[in-house]
Design a protein around this ligand. Structure first.
Ligand code: ADQ
Length: 463
């Protein structure tokens, strides 16, 4: 690749203290470090007046270019259309789906603003990589402003089937916007098939060519599967390095040899947290031998606090956790430890390693990096067992997990019991198979394949 990489996401995660946060940030940063370029997006601040032009912060070969947003526009674009409309829709959760035209118009205006502030920073041989559902119309806005460079889009969440998508009054507009990209990437075949089904509808009229590319009007784009991976060795190293830290020691001492079941999620209704707590209660009911012998550690920092549904789910979880503890706790044992906060990444990896069971039960998830991190952080000689929802993208790769349907309370309880009883030999076998998959498709493979696909739009060989 000869030019710079321009990554765009709703929010720019400028690394502080040398450690980037989650998977997306790690992947984007590593790609930028390799090719040099710009990370463009919102700086996390709102204003009551006109947003300023992009502020540039240079760090080696990376420039962080950030803008602020008008407070009212932000609320309608981010809390409103992005997270009360697209997020539930794309997760097949129509019960949470809300739509209003005002929010959609703000979404379009903010995308147009992103384009206006980004265009002056672009050079002729740049390639652009746009991330996630907040920015679907960005390529169309950039094309309107005369941008001809290759533009790719990666969707981090699932893509719904047409019957779900058409609940959105403006679905045709969004589908046409997606056709302005050169490369559109998804986590799984399932998402790709849904996308193909949607754009092949007569009102959009795109054609799927025999080589899988998509012909839409006078443009041809490549739609493909790029499952996101993790930094496997780094997760394993951090787990070992942090194993002796005080909080981990204290956790170990407090467990008194009890087995720990662990969940780590943003506090979001798509993560199936009430369903998970209910299944844990069912485990204690149906397999009473676990009482006094297992502990569920659930880490779930609040997100999207500007949206009422998120406050409601928090209250619901506190209620269920209180109910389980009230029902089963003993003087020297509390069944649920529920922590509403984030953890340093290294500490998180060490905590994963302490857990006999990693419980990942989203009711729908694009990929779910926690499932992958949990596997990577295990001790290969004595690994824990992943219990994983079939409705997470990760289930397409991690076939050796104990796979469950999160809506089946009895089935999840059985899955946890299977994990708790699994022999060392079987645990090792399953872990080794999953680690092999994770190593083959790590975060570097993900970004290299995507940038490669984008570079080839220009006829250049990949990196
Ligand atoms: P998320 O919905 O945020 O991501 P996930 O894939 O699990 O979900 O990624 C969360 C990341 O945040 C992980 O790297 C995890 O370690 C970290 N994290 C979570 N809780 C934490 C805590 N309490 N403290 C510290 N770190 C924490 C979206 C999509 C997913 C998709 C990813 C990447 O919803 O389906 O896998 O993007 O594409």
């Amino acid at each position: 690749m000869s030019g710079r990489l321009i990554a765009v996401s709703n929010r720019v995660a400028i690394p502080r203290g040398g450690q980037a946060a989650g998977g997306l940030a790690v992947g984007v940063l590593a790609a930028l470090q390799e090719y040099g370029g710009i990370w463009f997006g919102w700086d996390g601040k709102t204003t009551d007046s006109e947003p300023h032009d992009a502020r540039l912060q240079h760090d080696g070969n990376i420039t962080y270019a950030t803008i602020n947003l008008n407070a009212g526009e932000f609320d309608a674009y981010y809390n409103g259309f992005s997270n009360e409309t697209l997020w539930p829709l794309f997760h097949f959760l129509l019960g949470f789906f809300r739509y209003n035209r005002h929010n959609f118009e703000a979404y379009l205006r903010v995308n147009a603003l992103f384009a206006r502030k980004l265009v002056p920073l672009l050079e002729a041989d740049d390639i652009l990589w746009i991330h996630d559902y907040h920015l679907i119309p960005l390529a169309a806005e950039l094309r309107r402003a005369g941008v001809t460079q290759p533009i790719g889009f990666f969707l981090h969440v699932p893509f719904p089937s047409f019957d779900v998508l058409r609940a959105l009054p403006v679905h045709e507009h969004l589908l046409r916007c997606l056709c302005s990209y050169d490369v559109v990437g998804f986590h799984t075949q399932r998402d790709l098939r849904s996308f193909q089904e949607c754009i092949a509808q007569p009102q959009i009229g795109a054609q799927i060519l025999s080589d899988g590319r998509v012909r839409a009007g006078d443009r041809t784009l490549r739609a493909d599967v790029f499952p996101i991976g993790i930094e496997v060795d780094t997760c394993a190293r951090l787990a070992v390095e942090n194993a002796g830290k005080k909080p981990v020691e204290r956790l170990r001492q407090s467990l008194l040899g009890r087995r720990m079941i662990m969940g780590v999620d943003r506090l979001d209704y798509s993560k199936g947290l009430p369903e998970r707590f209910n299944a844990y209660e069912r485990l204690l009911e149906h397999y009473p031998g676990n009482r006094g012998d297992v502990v569920l550690l659930q880490i779930a920092p609040p997100t999207r606090t500007g949206i009422r549904t998120y406050a409601e789910i928090r209250e619901e979880l506190e209620r269920i956790a209180g109910h389980i503890n009230g029902r089963f706790a003993e003087i020297d044992w509390v069944p649920v430890r529920y922590l509403n906060r984030g953890f340093d990444r290294g500490m998180l990896m060490a905590l994963y390693r302490e857990a006999r069971v990693g419980l990942v039960t989203p009711v729908r998830d694009g990929m779910n990096l926690v499932a992958k991190e949990y596997v990577a952080a295990q001790d290969p000689d004595d690994p824990g067992v992943l219990v994983l929802s079939t409705l997470a993208g990760a289930a397409y790769e991690l076939e050796q997990a104990v796979l469950i349907n999160p809506y089946d309370t009895d089935g999840v309880a059985e899955g946890i019991q299977t994990a708790l009883e699994m022999s060392l030999g079987e645990r090792r076998e399953r872990h080794a198979a999953m680690l092999e998959v994770l190593t083959r498709n790590d975060i570097q493979t993900w970004r290299t394949r995507f940038v490669d696909a984008l570079s080839s739009v220009r006829g250049e060989p990949g990196p």
